[in-house]
Design a protein around this ligand. Sequence first.
Ligand SMILES: Cc1ncc(COP(=O)(O)O)c(C=O)c1O
Length: 387
Amino acid sequence: MQSKFAKRVATTSRSFTRTILDLTAQSDIISFAGGLPDASLFPKALFKNYANALFEKDDNLLFQYSNASGVEALKIEIAKQYDETTSKEIMLTNGSQQALDLVCKTFLDEKNCIIVEDPSYLAALNLFHMYDADIKTIPLHQDGADLTSLEELFSTCKPKFFYTIPVFQNPTGYEYTLENKQEVARLAKKYDVILLEDSPYEALRYEGAKSTSFATLLPELTISLGTFSKTLAPDFRIGWIKAPHNIIEALIGSKESTDLQNSKFFQHIAAMMIQNGDLKRHTQALIAHYKVKRDTMIQELEENFGESISFVKPKGGMFIWVNFKNCKDSMQLFESAIQKGVAFVPGSVFFADKRVSSFGRLNYTNSNLAQIKMGIEKLYDAYAGFN
Ligand SMILES: Cc1ncc(COP(=O)(O)O)c(C=O)c1O
């Protein structure tokens, strides 16, 4: 049967994303692996109130077919987050993962060059691979993109887009400085390259001021993606795309051929939660919880590992990107950590060439404080074997 599969499926190895989710589901393993929010914080009571309000309206059209771009009230609320933007420049998607897929479907022909940060978001790398893109990488630094490499690629390979996660990047947690973003935007304009800006973690900021997005710096060439997965709940499956109107029109055509539309039910709930200020209040509560978790994990890492590891303290998001300096191949540490009952994601899976790496990604949002403490101790137990 496998021989009948399309090449894009046959050449894709079993995704590590599934391995991560399988591990997360195992109750005897403390998982720092997935990028999961804390399920105990989902505001179920609020969801229930809003769902009841929707049913009370007794409007059967809620369950009828409608347009592919999503519920107008929610698009209007999202447009307000951006400068001088109307709902015509917004479309809603089935999570930002579908937004990525629709951008690929709309822009990529076989072997088209695209540029990604090295390392980058695993599920995006898999997706780009499935679209048979010619994936070029640029080094990602603590303060943003490597500008020399970027300019060289912009000028030589005519990329269809540069895929960037500029705020609390997955997997590193790094954030581009404004100066770095301004330079990236200047280069994109000079070489006429689209910036595909993926920003799922922006709302989870524990320190510092809101950053200026590429959507603000270079609106005519930026496709910006957002999601409610990290603030409301992943199961809402509501992501969005903000882009120039002509690009949105093309993306809507691609979405129609994929799934016609999303369910409107949660889109209406999200719109009402924004209008009534509930999303803002809930996000502030999340930030307070997650900040404590981040600080606890950092303290445990410092106390247990001391100078034997290094990392940059993330100012937001969900991850700490740790350099396990005593272990050249963190895949080996991963195997040993699983035996001790703790999981993380080995760094190599985030690099386009899957090279051996001493880094690992640790998630702190999905575990409680006792699990964070115990998990880091178990991880050190595994790491001690590599000294
Ligand atoms: C960088 C990045 N982009 C996109 C997504 C997909 O999010 P969703 O489809 O749930 O909106 C994730 C999820 O973890 C992510 O980390």
